[in-house]
Ligand binder design. Structure first.
Ligand code: KG4
Ligand code: ZN
Length: 357
């Protein structure tokens, strides 16, 4: 089957065409991503109204390009998928409405995809992986450990009680005067830094649940940075290195608990999978290798351009849902908040303004 996928939940306008064979194998026929970084950089973060307007301006052209590059005509599509949330509602409406129009005109099924589900299913796009597996999802809006049991069947084992991990990277970058988006900047600065110069807290270390907390660590970085005036490039590198080392240690600890909880509830996972923008971080990849090796489970991390937001993951999630008969009507609502695990509750003390996940 051939599925067109549309992604507009944050600051990437993206469309892709993906083919799924009956045996579950996949081929990406086109994958066009237009990042709006340039539009948002002057403000140091994503401005929702600017994002929504940019999606309106860009999406038709991006869809046309994705279709052209794939060599597929609209009548050949088996379905059209759009990320219907969670995300910035203006952008979500743009993508979902466009998908509905295409579905209506070309009489093809609509699949309203949860953006988090698309991240969760990406390792089945990039390789052959059977259920169940343990997912570490870390991006600008979410930080979760999820048991992926089947298409549409997810159990959240841990989540952040405050900031998302990518958000913490972005905020640290901003407070140190590094440009947006901050994650890659912090990673780059950290490579020439001394991680031992500052001792930052390792949040939640040793706790029996698999939750994360990042806002205290972020505040600790702010406090140390505030004591140095003026901040020199080496100070910034050392602060970034110290911050990243604390994130790595906390992540390794939280994930080892998450894998233990997985084992207790669902048996041995087929793999530990990392997804979301933060999984593009090479140092985090290294830390995850250690965690996976200790748990004797394979580690799978999709290539960086499929970890950050893209249309191929939406098309693929659409194809996976379509393959098991899950489609949506043209009434499907755009959703700013949309839990992957319908049973999951916000953890005690949950205080995140950005992430309704
Ligand atoms: O998945 P994604 O592209 O968009 C969301 O759904 O949020 O993730 C973007 C997030 C941003 O917060 C960005 O700073 C972070 O992922 N990120 C990184 C790196 N590359 C992107 N964080 C740390 N290190 C990186 N190399
Ligand atoms: Zn994402």
């Amino acid at each position: 089957m051939l599925v067109l996928g549309i992604e507009t939940t944050c600051d990437e306008t993206a469309a892709a065409v993906v083919e799924r064979q009956a045996d579950g194998s996949a081929r990406i026929l086109s994958n066009v991503v237009r990042s709006q970084t340039g539009e948002h950089a002057p403000y140091g973060g994503v401005v929702p109204e600017i994002a929504a307007r940019a999606h309106v301006d860009l999406l038709d052209g991006i869809v046309a390009r994705a279709m052209k590059e794939s060599g597929v005509d609209f009548p050949q599509l088996s379905g059209v998928a759009a990320a219907a949330g969670p995300g910035l509602i203006g952008g979500v409406i743009v993508g979902l409405t466009t998908a509905k129009a295409i579905a209506l005109v070309h009489r093809t099924p609509l699949i309203a995809v949860n953006h988090l589900e698309a991240h969760a299913l990406t390792p089945r796009l990039t390789g052959r992986l059977e259920f169940p597996y343990c997912l570490f999802l870390a991006s600008g809006g979410h930080t979760q450990i999820v048991a992926v049991l089947g298409v549409g069947n997810y159990v959240r084992l841990g989540t952040t009680v405050d900031d998302a991990m990518g958000e913490a990277f972005d905020k640290v970058a901003k407070m140190l005067g590094l440009p947006y988006p901050g994650g890659p900047q912090v990673e780059r600065a950290a490579t020439s830094g001394d991680a031992t110069r500052f001792t930052f807290p390792r949040p939640m270390l040793g706790r029996p649940d698999a939750n994360f907390s990042l806002s205290g660590l972020k505040t600790a970085v702010r406090n140390e940075a505030g004591r140095i005036d003026p901040l020199q490039p080496q100070d910034i590198s050392d602060l970034c290195a110290g911050f990243q080392a604390a994130v790595l240690e906390a992540t390794a600890d939280r994930l080892s608990v998450g894998l233990k909880l997985f084992q207790e509830r669902f048996g041995t996972p087929r793999a530990l999978v990392a997804a979301g923008g933060v999984a593009a971080n090479q140092a985090i990849r290294g830390a995850l290798e250690d965690v996976a090796a200790r748990a004797r489970t394979p580690l799978i991390i999709p290539p960086p351009d499929l970890c950050t937001d893209n249309g191929a993951m939406i098309a693929w999630a659409g194809a996976e849902r379509l393959a098991v008969g899950l489609t949506d009507t043209l009434e499907a609502p755009p959703r700013a908040r949309w839990l992957l695990d319908a049973e999951a509750q916000a953890p005690a003390g949950f205080a995140n303004s950005r992430a309704g996940f």
